[in-house]
Design a protein around this ligand. Structure first.
Ligand code: FE2
Ligand code: FE2
Length: 142
C-alpha cells in the first residue's frame, strides 16, 4: 500500500467471511457497513461537520438497536455465560465510546477524520470479527 494511502480511505465491502448465519443479524451488519461506507466515501465528513454529525446520529441508534437484537440471539442460542458477559460488555463499551464521541464533538474537542473513521470502523468491523463471528460456533448445524 503506498505511504499516502490510508486504510480508512476505502469503502469496506461486505464479504461472505463477515456472514454470521443468522439472517436478521447479517442484514443489520450489512446496514451498519453501509453507514460506515457513507462516512468513508464522503470526504467532506470531517468530524466537526454537519454531514459527519448527521451520519453519526444514524449510526448510534442503529448500533444500539442492533446490539439489543443480537443480544437476544446470543441468549437464545445458549452460548456459555462468560462469553455472553464478555460480548455484552464489548457492546456496552462501544455505546460508551459513542456517547463520549458525541460529547467531545459537542464540546469542540479536536478529532481527526482518520481517528474518527478508525473508531467507527472498530465499533462495526473489528467487533464483528472479534466477537460476532464466534456466534457461528453455537448455531445449530442444519
Ligand atoms: Fe456483537
Ligand atoms: Fe453485531
Amino acid at each position: 500500500m503506498p505511504a499516502d494511502t490510508h486504510p480508512t480511505s476505502f469503502r469496506i465491502d461486505a464479504d461472505p467471511s463477515m456472514l454470521i448465519g443468522v439472517q436478521s443479524i447479517d442484514r443489520e451488519h450489512a446496514a451498519l457497513i453501509t453507514q460506515l461506507n457513507r462516512l468513508i466515501e464522503n470526504p467532506k465528513a470531517e468530524p466537526a461537520s454537519e454531514s459527519f454529525a448527521d451520519i453519526l446520529s444514524h449510526i448510534g441508534p442503529a448500533i444500539s438497536a442492533h446490539f439489543d437484537s443480537e443480544e437476544g440471539v446470543l441468549k437464545s442460542i445458549g452460548i456459555p455465560a462468560h462469553e455472553l458477559a464478555e460480548h455484552i460488555e464489548a457492546h456496552t463499551e462501544i455505546l460508551e465510546q459513542y456517547a463520549q464521541m458525541n460529547c467531545d464533538l459537542m464540546e469542540g474537542k479536536p478529532l481527526s477524520r482518520s481517528d474518527a473513521l478508525l473508531t467507527v470502523k472498530g465499533w462495526i468491523i473489528d467487533h464483528l470479527r472479534d466477537y460476532d463471528s464466534r456466534i457461528r460456533e453455537y448455531l445449530p448445524t442444519a
